[in-house]
Design a protein around this ligand. Structure first.
Ligand code: FE
Length: 235
């Protein structure tokens, strides 16, 4: 038997993987970047076969990785994690650098960046596992690394369907408590009235200002979901 909850105990970080082919930049969010050897310094990353970034890494044999910090806004994660590079210029929303091979990497909210030359590609079903030697590595900033647990528990983030750790929407972590619930909202019969808000069930984005419901043409600014994907919450 396979108890999917067993996978929830695996810990990981959150990273941006970027690549470039014939002038076209692409990137995605992963939690599958791992150092697998020290000499030569070697990383592996698993990327979904349906990602545009995956095709680019397969074609060029190179990728960059940015280690994200805890302050990374959901908008940046959403842009890289819930949109396709085919129809979205993900790099328009952030500061970008380029390594010695002209592969772009995200600078904003980066703690460190790596440039990897792929030496082996392994077909692992839904994903390709790319193994490669680190050709460049540098520190970009100070702070704490964004872990997947923090992303879920504190930021209210969700797992995109194409992630290696996607378990059919069976989230590994419970949603965060509404921010005001431990303060004024917790006082029975007193305090400020609760505010109605709407939470995207795809990416976790919270929208306020529509107490009577989201407009029919509303679109989630993070993942593009329609109003039917939002659930009513109180803050
Ligand atoms: Fe969303």
């Amino acid at each position: 038997m396979i108890n999917r909850k067993a996978f929830h105990s695996l810990s990981s970080g959150l990273y941006l993987i970027t690549a470039k082919k014939e002038g076209r930049q692409c990137g995605c969010v992963v939690n599958t970047l791992v150092q697998v050897a020290s000499e030569p310094p070697t990383l592996s990353v698993a990327l979904n076969k349906e990602n545009a970034t995956t095709d680019t890494v397969r074609a060029t044999g190179r990728f960059c990785a940015t280690v994200l910090d805890q302050e990374t806004p959901m908008e940046l994660i959403g842009t890289f994690g819930f949109h396709s590079s085919v129809d979205t210029d993900k790099f328009a929303v952030c500061k970008v650098g380029a390594d010695g091979s002209e592969v772009p990497y995200v600078v904003d909210h980066g703690l460190a960046r790596f440039s990897v030359r792929v030496t082996e590609t392994i077909d692992v079903g839904s994903h390709y596992l790319f193994v490669g030697v680190v050709e460049e590595a540098d520190v970009l900033g100070d702070g704490d690394a964004l872990t997947y647990a923090y992303y879920h528990a504190i930021k209210g983030g969700k797992t995109p369907p194409k992630a290696a750790t996607y378990n059919g929407g069976d989230e590994a972590f419970s949603a965060p408590a509404p921010a005001a619930s431990s303060e004024s909202g917790a006082i029975d019969g007193e305090g400020a009235p609760k505010r109605v808000a709407w939470r995207c069930s795809i990416c976790g984005y919270i929208e306020e200002g529509y107490p009577d419901g989201l407009p029919a043409d509303y679109m989630c600014p993070i993942c593009g979901a329609g109003p039917e994907m939002f659930e009513r919450i109180e803050l």
